[in-house]
Design a protein around this ligand. Structure first.
Ligand SMILES: NC(=O)c1ccc[n+]([C@@H]2O[C@H](COP(=O)([O-])OP(=O)(O)OC[C@H]3O[C@@H](n4cnc5c(N)ncnc54)[C@H](O)[C@@H]3O)[C@@H](O)[C@H]2O)c1
Length: 245
């Protein structure tokens, strides 16, 4: 994969999927800039504590990053900020919570992307990969949550659907600057969820299992690489065939 020496900024680098994206990119020769609200800053290790939902934090954090890394080649918007009541069922969602999650999860993608795009335009190249979800494309199959306390939060569909189409907007707007924008939409990732849920979920997957972070990261790496140089505005769904039904 043509990723050698590319410098890629990954948000949510310390999470379930983010960690794997970072190590996969590194295994293909990229240098990774890790950005997460949970990180202690360590500039020599390219680790930055940024709250991607805060304008001040993004501005100050990027200033440091650009000082340390004057040319960045790619951005992965992967972080997953959410409120503590995320996961309420439709009837119980407070309007304030809906608004807050749209702000945290979707508006933050605009904020960081806009700042990074200024940088990419100066370089006349850049690649953005936004991490969405199958639920930005299809409605949930609610039977997988039977006999569990779980549900798929309603705002997720609006947020991820919004991110997918915002990515298409960016792709057409930025094509002339040599900037590519794509989406990776994972299906459900196994993370020791309730057994009843896992069994019910797996029954609906043609490949008969939930995904792992290792299933997702290679597609992110490919889209960032020069091998994907003619691919922009696409939503690549990595879901074991869930959305094929
Ligand atoms: N896990 C799944 O089943 C699944 C499925 C489809 C899509 N996704 C998507 O994949 C992405 C990663 O999900 P995950 O499951 O790895 O989540 P996660 O909760 O394991 O990790 C998210 C990371 O984001 C960081 N973060 C949260 N708020 C932040 C903020 N304000 N600023 C900076 N960093 C912040 C957290 O500290 C954490 O390290 C998300 O966009 C999610 O919607 C996940």
């Amino acid at each position: 994969m043509k990723l050698n020496n590319k410098i890629i900024l990954v948000t949510g680098s310390e999470g379930l999927i983010g960690r794997e994206i970072c190590t996969t990119l590194e295994s293909h020769g990229a240098k990774v800039i890790r950005v997460d609200i949970s990180l202690q800053i360590d500039r020599s290790a390219a680790k930055y504590n940024i709250d991607i939902t805060s304008e001040i934090s993004v501005r100050n954090g990027l200033e440091l990053i650009f000082t340390d890394h004057p040319k960045i080649d790619g951005l992965v918007n992967n972080a997953y900020p959410r409120t503590s009541d995320w996961g309420n069922k439709l009837e119980d969602i407070a309007y304030s919570s809906w608004r807050k999650n749209v702000d945290l999860q979707m508006n933050s993608v605009f904020l960081l992307s806009q700042r990074m795009i200024e940088h990419f335009k100066e370089n006349k190249s850049g690649s953005i990969v936004n991490i969405a979800s199958i639920y930005g494309t299809v409605g949930p199959s609610f039977e997988v949550y039977d006999n569990t306390e779980m549900t798929m939060p309603a705002a997720y569909s609006a947020i991820k659907g919004g991110i997918i189409n915002f990515s298409r907007y960016l792709a057409t707007y930025l094509g002339g600057y040599g900037i590519r924008v794509n989406v990776v939409s994972p299906g459900g990732i196994y993370d020791q969820q309730n057994e009843a849920f896992v069994k019910a979920y797996e029954k609906l997957v043609p490949l008969q299992r939930m995904g792992n972070p290792e299933d997702i990261a290679p597609t992110v790496a490919f889209l960032l690489s020069d091998d994907a140089g003619y691919i922009t505005g696409q939503n690549i769904i990595v879901d074991g065939g869930w959305t094929a039904r």
